[in-house]
Ligand binder design. Structure first.
Ligand SMILES: Nc1ncnc2c1ncn2[C@@H]1O[C@H](COP(=O)(O)OP(=O)(O)OP(=O)(O)O)[C@@H](O)[C@H]1O
Length: 480
């Protein structure tokens, strides 16, 4: 087996993949995929997710736009939260590349890439990703804000509760870390802590992963195997991205939560689990219940105790504490003196929303430490690392938590109406419509009937709208 670190390249341009392969294959074990779907299938099929990915943003079926690349970043991090993602972007989509960082990408490299620079970025990313944090850092929660104090209090209250805990929060806010804290604070702390990411396994394999399987239960099941519920013993089992659990498996999870009973796939013998279940989600599970994608009874069982991890924008000065923490950590790890922020940059740090939460903050610190070791970073140098569009749209001040969705729409409309380029209501509405149609098609994996159901219109209407928006029909489709 290769000792080289694995690198996933996602690009639909075969020539670029070939060129990158030739450039990098002495240093990396390369896996390539041309689309988001194939990339995810590949990651699922590998025994371990590659620690590094180099991704293009413009991917089929919309290669001229960045949406697939944005979605891919979310998908990859859902599968492998510790993967370091570098975006390889054309000069023209630098704004998109910045936004990609908000979504969790570590860095972007403009095409055509200088080979030496690309190598350096990849090796730096690998080092940053593999650097073990001090035990206190992996176990503790950094932050003194009332919102984080509240999370700590809840952890203390819930640590030994006899019910599952549902951990909600935005992507990158620290849900997994909170789950580890819950385990560490419980009487089960000496027992195993296992995590199963429901988004990271093919839906058909989740049941066997959770409950185990008998010998010959399905093709490829050569021997019998215990699942996560057995392996966790009387420790804790974190079911991450619980919203991804297939609907047909949900009754089996409900059963094990209610009375501890489960069966391995292919067995009739009933087994018992004593594991404590923690479940995490960045989806609104209530909305999923409403949409018929998540069972109400399972939701009620899981949500007896719910712990909400606040987004970073609601934790005040904690962004300074996190800056200090990660800066000291990465300076020590690189053996270089730490960077500092000048007063204007410090001000900017305090005003920025960090829409990608702690993960985004951590990645910004890694980039600043790599680019400016020992230096004083100015506001304009820091601005290069932030998601400019996002910052401008909020003018540096986070919206109050009570701001309604309608207020957000009005604020956004006002901003667009002020744009010097002029405004067209028809174009703006068309853009919205296109967004919804594309979202539904993607959620329905291109199945037009399903997408139409999601949109609350019939199939023929959807085809007509797709035609008028200039969206291609999925192959093999016809209006009947
Ligand atoms: N309060 C905190 N103190 C220190 N580090 C934190 C804190 N919150 C999050 N982190 C760090 O931020 C990164 C992202 O956190 P984590 O993976 O727990 O987020 P998540 O909410 O589970 O994200 P996702 O929904 O994408 O899986 C991790 O490196 C984690 O260690």
């Amino acid at each position: 087996m290769s000792q080289l670190p694995a690198l996933l390249i996602v690009d639909d341009d075969a020539l670029i993949v070939e060129t990158l392969g030739a450039l990098l294959d002495a240093e990396f074990d390369i896996y390539a995929a041309p689309t988001r779907r194939q990339a995810i299938d590949l990651v699922r099929a590998l025994p371990a997710a590659p620690p590094l990915a180099l991704v293009d943003l413009g991917l089929p079926p919309v290669p001229h736009r960045a949406d697939e690349g944005f979605a891919l970043i979310g998908d990859l991090l859902a599968h492998a939260p510790h993967m370091q993602i570098i975006v390889l972007s054309g000069q023209s989509d630098e704004g998109n590349a910045r936004h990609a960082r908000t979504l969790g990408a570590l860095e972007f490299v403009a095409k055509p890439a200088d080979p030496a620079y690309l190598r350096k970025i990849l090796h730096d990313a690998l080092d940053a990703g593999s650097a073990p944090e001090a035990p206190a850092a992996t176990e503790g929660l950094i932050g003194q804000s009332p919102a984080i104090q509240m999370v700590r209090d809840r952890i203390g209250q819930f640590a030994d509760a006899p019910f599952p805990i549902l951990i909600e929060g935005e992507s990158g806010a620290g849900k997994e870390r909170v789950a580890r804290q819950l385990h560490a604070a419980s009487a089960r702390r000496q027992r195993p802590f296992l995590t199963l990411n429901c988004a990271a396994i093919a839906p058909t394999l989740i049941e066997a992963a959770l409950f185990g399987h008998a010998r010959g239960a399905f093709t490829g099941a050569a021997g019998q195997r215990a699942g996560y519920f057995e392996e966790a013993g009387d420790g804790s089992l974190l079911l991450d991205e619980i919203g991804e659990l297939p609907l047909e498996l949900q009754p089996k999870l409900l059963r094990v939560l209610e009375n501890g009973e489960f069966q391995r796939v292919g067995e009739t013998q009933t087994r018992f689990s004593r594991a404590r279940v923690l479940a995490a989600t960045n989806r609104d599970l209530r909305a999923e219940v409403h949409a018929g994608r998540f069972r109400a009874d399972l939701y009620h069982r899981l949500s007896v105790f719910t712990l909400t991890v606040p987004p970073l924008r609601d934790t005040g000065d904690d962004r300074l504490r996190l800056l200090d923490h990660f800066r000291a950590h990465f300076a020590a790890q690189t053996g270089q003196p730490a960077f500092a922020l000048d007063p204007a940059a410090g001000e900017q740090w305090l005003c920025y929303d960090f829409p990608g939460n702690v993960r985004e903050l951590k990645n910004i610190v890694i980039r600043l430490q790599t680019k400016h070791p020992g230096a004083v970073v100015t506001a304009s140098q820091l601005a290069d690392e932030l998601d400019r569009d996002h910052r401008d749209s909020r003018a540096g001040s986070p919206p109050p938590a009570t701001e309604s969705r309608f207020d957000t729409i009005i604020a956004d409309a006002m901003r667009r109406l002020r744009e010097p380029a002029g405004f067209s209501l028809d174009d703006a509405l068309k853009e919205q419509e296109r967004g919804y149609v594309e979202a539904a098609l993607r959620m329905a994996d291109g199945n037009v009937s399903k997408a139409a159901r999601l949109l609350g219109i019939n199939r023929t209407t959807l085809y007509n709208r797709m035609d008028s928006l200039g969206l291609p029909r999925p192959q093999g489709s016809a209006v009947q």
